[in-house]
Design a protein around this ligand. Sequence first.
Ligand code: NAI
Length: 441
Amino acid sequence: MRIAMIGGGYVGLVSGACFAEFGINVAIVETNPERLSALREGRIPIYEPGLDALVASNSQAGRLTFGDDIATAVAGAEAVFIAVGTPPRNGDGAADMQYVHAAARQIAEALTGYAVIVTKSTVPVGSSRRIAEIIRQARPDADFDVASNPEFLREGSAIGDFMRPDRVIIGLDQTRPERASRAEDVLRRVYRPLSVIEAPLLFTGLETAELTKYASNSFLAMKISFINEMADLCETLGADVHDLARGMGLDGRIGRKFLQPGPGYGGSCFPKDTLALSRIAQEAHSACRLVETTVQVNEARKAGMAGRIIAACGGSVAGKTVAVLGLTFKPETDDMRESASIPILHRLAEAGAEIRAYDPVGMVAAKPLLPESVTYCGDALDAAEQADVLVVLTEWNIFRALSPVELRRRMRTKTIVDLRNIFDPAAMRAAGFTYESVGRP
Ligand code: NAI
């Protein structure tokens, strides 16, 4: 079986490599020349654990190829996946569909025989039908069906998520049952290895599949914002948010995941998908008030975090050295999109702080997004050198192992603001630190 993957970013590259691992011949089309030449030279342009080995072995086996010629990739492909970006549109936060629509036009030109055009990108409801229209207009003779197959992998554990998913959602045009069953047959074959491990393949209509992705991400974002609000309340009332989260999460209806408080969610998905869902509802003359509120609560939280650091420094960071551990929006990724570190570091720099930052893999992606004055350090202890306050922004495991004694030796003033709760408050206080975390007494 042959398939094509349009877009070789986080989603296209991971899913393309995983499909190749299933034994499928996968041609990835990537238009960014730097990404493409890296991939062709066997370099992985993003940080994702395990991806380099997976790409190398499948490339060597000849099942995974990279190019910029869509015609070569699409010729003979039974399915063509679209995995290009859908960033927020300037102004209103709706998903910017220009890359998806451009990909649809290019696919139309390249189609040679029957193929299922599958949208993996996160797209607004109605997009699959719009893609079908674009292809039909460009190539009235083309034989194809469309499907919506939103991706649920998480950066940092993307390969495991793809290989052992909680579910695979496949939306088909159920108003045309015969066509839908032809497309279903192709996609069942694509995902056959997952049926073997009994991962649920859920077939729905196109609109339902598209909406399920936004609903899932918005629900998770809401859960994070909920625990963040509970953390604030815990601080005010002298309760402990970790015990509270455990007490809540042991209830199977609530679940333990996504109940860790922090500086506000970021990343390439939750901020844009919550905005886009709000927009989808508005355009349908409906409203998702919980989601709209989640967006506002999270924005306010990110904006307020610098104030918390400034307060911990006695009301001013002017002329003070702030050591920042972690810049990416979460550990195990180099993705800086919408990371809480961006507004926080800008605000600290504006307030006159001298910032010394360290992130294990995110510093290259961080540089264009952070204030120019930031000094990038060789490791966490280097960042802590002569610091007046140490701020933990991303919970990389390597930071958990830092020795309080060593930190104390390096820092000028012994203040820690741990926005990810990676340290034990009692241990840090015993080591002589003024220690602040989130939602803990
Ligand atoms: P990305 O920006 O990392 O990758 C998109 C890639 O597509 C870029 O490398 C770009 O150069 C390429 N591209 C754009 N137009 C092209 C074209 N016409 N032909 C060939 N290549 C083209 O984006 P990412 O993060 O992979 O996201 C893609 C989609 O998947 C988005 O809709 C996103 O919301 C969704 N998604 C992302 C997840 C993530 O964790 N990053 C998880 C689940 C869904």
